[in-house]
Write a protein that binds this ligand. Structure first.
Ligand code: ADP
Ligand code: MG
Length: 289
């Protein structure tokens, strides 16, 4: 079995939600633990607002956890100084639902791809060669380099965002709803590309999705999130065919729609109020790479 590449240990994150006089807090992530091995994919599913993107951003260290820690390649990211952290960042990258979030719309595609290379000291003809290779790897022609993000299709834009994430040869990508904004016909092409890249580059993925149909296709392992907690974790095969938690059962029966915030009042009959998580994903001691 390959080594654990990234793990989250009891992550907690809450957000202040207004109230000038008396602060109110929303618990976005409440004790989430998970781990992903080299070259493997874990799918993270749950309804809108369940905390998936917050977990993703905590893993990328785009957010600081209130409690808990993220281990990457055996290192606690919170212990790294700015220089080590920016070096480590080359090895984990994120792809967003909206590719324009990671691209500068005022710069040509080639310049967008050269930016992370330049930050790592790669310039000149080497940068040009790497840029051309990245475009080829994501199925785009060399002529794409001169075009601007607004001039290409959504699917092509997502390919560029993937190329940008791959620029410094990461080991781990967080894919946060990477095809949710795309036409169904284009979705399949992007998912195929992600599977090919995973194989050729031995990438590990956290594949965040609200589309249960994609789980079995993309990930042998799945974690189900509900109101900031992991309520179920296991092989996609077993969770999808024999879910133990009533929340997952409701998802699979189609009682819940994952693309819209749930109507909790209507669901009280489906979801027992005080149900404890059936099994939080746990990380055996000494398993880190
Ligand atoms: N920056 C923020 N400020 C305040 N609340 C936030 C912020 N980001 C997320 N939240 C809240 O945290 C909860 C989880 O959000 P999110 O992680 O985006 O869920 P998901 O990705 O599953 O839709 C939601 O209630 C959301 O409103
Ligand atoms: Mg989200």
């Amino acid at each position: 079995m390959s080594a654990v590449l990234v793990s989250a240990e009891a992550l907690v994150k809450r957000f202040r939600t207004g109230g000038l006089m008396r602060a109110r807090w929303a618990m976005a992530v409440d004790g989430v633990s998970l781990s992903i091995r080299e070259g493997e994919t874990l799918a993270l599913v749950g309804e809108s607002g369940s905390g998936k993107s917050t977990v993703a951003r905590l893993l990328m260290r785009l957010l600081e956890p209130d409690a808990g820690r993220v281990m990457f390649e055996g290192q606690d990211l919170a212990q790294l100084g700015p220089r080590s952290l920016s070096k480590a960042r080359q090895r984990f990258q994120m792809v967003f639902q909206d590719p324009l979030l990671s691209l500068n719309p005022r710069r040509a595609i080639g310049d967008n791809l050269r930016r992370p290379l330049a930050n790592a000291g790669i310039r000149g003809t080497e940068a040009d060669d790497r840029t051309a290779a990245l475009l080829r790897d994501v199925g785009l022609g060399a002529d794409t380099a001169a075009r601007f993000p607004g001039e290409i299709s959504g699917g092509q834009c997502q390919r560029v965002a993937i190329a940008r994430a791959l620029a410094l040869s990461p080991r781990f990508l967080v894919l946060d709803e990477p095809v949710s904004a795309l036409d169904v016909s284009v979705q399949a092409q992007i998912l195929d590309l992600l599977l090919d890249l995973q194989e050729s580059r031995r990438l590990a993925y956290l594949f965040v999705t609200h589309d249960l149909k994609l789980v079995r296709l993309m990930a042998p392992q799945v974690a189900v999130m509900h109101r900031g907690r992991l309520v179920e974790r296991g092989t996609s095969e077993s969770v999808l065919s024999d879910p133990t938690h009533s929340y997952t059962q409701s998802l699979l029966r189609g009682v819940l729609r994952l693309d819209a915030p749930p109507d909790w009042d209507a669901l009280t009959a489906e979801l027992p109020q005080a149900e404890a998580p059936s099994h939080q994903a746990s990380i055996p001691k000494g398993e880190h790479a």
